[in-house]
Design a protein around this ligand. Structure first.
Ligand code: ADP
Length: 330
């Protein structure tokens, strides 16, 4: 590990996911807020392999050297090195003595789409457009690098106060889906799965497109688009509704949901049962729903927005330092 675990000060809990708790933490040497995802993994071997795999995966994606010097990590934390605009940055992972794998990532202070859904969702289509565009661009970046997300769902779409929308948790989930540690909480991990994945068939990038459609629809509705009547049989219910030959369940749902024509069409295209029929990210980015207002935000207001967000970030860091007695350099 290049970053020193004891340099991170856990501040508060940000959320509880299917995988484990997520904390807000302060990296004291750089005074940067980060998010730390705590994954319970009983086996030290598993922790190590997840750690290694994540590093390889993200160094490829982030275009960094695998054995980067500590300075490079520090620059990343300070926001000086490359940060994707649409995929949440990964900084480091380490395994703790208490039997956790800690995944340190970029902190997104706007929370996740799941938080938004829990508060009733969002009917504002301009906001939804920004969200859909962010996800589509994030997926495009992954797909162009020959990666699949595999677990796109509202909890994995995070927002910043600067209006940025990024996809998170890419790579973490694959190991979790197969982990015995998580068998009990499996429900959260398949609700947004595409029909072909539910069936256990081969899948590709189009599987992520299904996740995008479901995520967008859930954000609009303020709930998962299909009412699960029996939690214990949720898997079979989903199988029946999304996968079986004669089911047109999602098509009916989409027809009735009450968004604009463009949004409805966008969601409908993503939620086609046959993956081959679903559009690629490049096509989606040209869809009329996303084309509206692209470039409408002027450069001037963009700068203002970013300045404002920076102020909020600095204020948050200062508050954390004060509350936890961390010395703040002048
Ligand atoms: P899951 O395990 O279901 O994929 P997560 O553990 O990824 O869910 O996230 C649970 C919650 O933690 C999210 O809904 C969000 O509120 C919060 N969260 C996760 N990652 C971050 C982050 N990088 N920055 C800020 N909040 C986060």
């Amino acid at each position: 590990t290049m970053l020193v675990p004891s340099d991170f000060l856990l501040i508060s809990e940000l959320g509880m996911g299917a995988g484990g708790r997520v904390y807000k933490a302060l990296h004291q040497p750089t005074l940067t807020l980060v998010a730390v995802k705590e994954l319970p993994m009983a086996s030290a071997k598993k922790r190590d392999s997840l750690k290694k795999e994540l590093k390889v995966l993200y160094t490829q994606l982030q275009g960094l050297a695998e054995d980067k010097p500590k300075e490079e990590y520090m620059d990343m934390l300070r926001g000086k090195a490359f940060r994707s605009n649409h995929v949440v940055s990964f900084y480091d992972a380490y395994s703790t003595e208490a039997g956790f794998c800690h995944v340190v990532m970029e902190y997104m202070n706007g929370g996740s789409l799941q938080d938004l859904i829990d508060k009733g969702g969002c009917r504002n289509e301009d906001l939804l457009r920004n969200i859909a565009r962010g996800i589509a661009k994030g997926l495009k970046e992954l797909h162009e690098n020959k990666f699949l997300h595999r677990d796109l769902k509202p909890a994995n779409v995070l927002m910043g106060t600067d209006g940025k929308v990024k996809v998170a948790d890419f790579g973490v989930s694959r190991d979790l889906a197969s982990s015995k540690d998580l068998a009990k909480t499996f429900i959260g991990t398949f609700l947004y799965m595409s029909p072909e994945r539910i069936k256990g068939e081969d899948y590709d990038g189009k599987s992520d497109i299904w996740g995008l459609g479901m995520t967008l629809l859930a954000s609009f509705l303020g709930r998962f688009p299909h009412e699960i009547s029996n939690k214990n049989a949720a898997y079979w219910e989903m199988y029946d509704k999304f996968v079986s030959e004669d089911s047109h369940h999602m098509e009916d749902q989409v027809r009735a949901f009450g968004g604009s024509q463009e949004l409805e069409d966008f969601v409908r295209l993503c939620l086609q049962k046959d993956p081959a029929e679903r559009p690629s990210t490049a096509l989606l980015l040209e869809h009329p729903f996303l084309a509206i207002g692209e470039g409408r935000i002027t450069a001037a207001s963009d700068t203002e927005r970013i300045e404002q967000a920076k102020k909020i970030e600095i204020l948050e860091v200062v508050t954390c330092c004060k509350e936890h007695g961390v010395k703040f350099p002048r």
